[in-house]
Design a protein around this ligand. Structure first.
Ligand code: SLL
Length: 173
């Protein structure tokens, strides 16, 4: 296996979450009435909008990502969620914010080590109006009016001295 020395190639991604307040009707039918929000945490291609429903095509990262492991808060059943195909995301309901560990495993042809990053799951729409010295999160009613919360981070996955065969895979997309 031949490495292409001195070459770096990167792929832009975004990771983060969206969250919406559950309606009283939705809360009634949940087995967990203390849950207030529905959220999705995801890793996506930076080529498409974070709230896009597009799966595959431009947003398909599976040519170089084999698996994304989302480690949720221990209050969740089976907190380690392995997602083996796109969309690389987990949707849940809940009541609290927490740190999500995101581990990205690359296709075996890459010979690359998995990478780990973290995302603070954001549920509450802190704004200049709701913020301030001793600020609390806005009421659920206010939050529902403000609409979905989005919290996304841009990043670039850099591969240094990639294997020639992996470089071929990357550049073919
Ligand atoms: C907090 N440090 O205290 C955080 C923990 C935990 C979030 C948040 C429900 C999980 C379940 C859930 O939202 N956990 O019981 O299904 O705010």
């Amino acid at each position: 296996r031949v490495r292409v020395r001195g070459l770096s190639i990167y792929r832009p991604i975004i990771y983060g979450n969206t969250a919406v307040v559950l309606t009283p009707e939705e809360r009634k039918v949940l087995p967990t009435p203390d849950h207030t929000h529905r959220w999705t945490v995801a890793v996506r291609s930076a080529a498409s909008a974070p709230d896009s429903d597009i799966v595959g095509g431009a947003d398909d990262l599976s040519y170089f990502i084999k698996r994304v492991t989302f480690k949720l808060h221990e209050t969740y059943p089976n907190p380690t969620r392995n997602i083996e195909k796109p969309p690389f995301e987990v949707s849940e309901t809940g009541w609290g914010e927490f740190e999500v560990q995101i581990r990205i495993t690359f296709v075996p042809e890459s010979g690359e080590k998995a990478i780990t990053t973290y995302h603070h799951l954001k549920l509450h729409p802190w704004t200049l109006l709701t913020g301030g010295e001793s600020a609390e999160a806005p009421s659920l009613e206010t939050a529902a009016k403000l609409g979905p919360v989005h919290s996304w981070q841009y990043d670039e996955i850099v591969f240094n001295d990639p294997f020639q065969s992996f470089l071929n895979i990357l550049t073919a997309h």
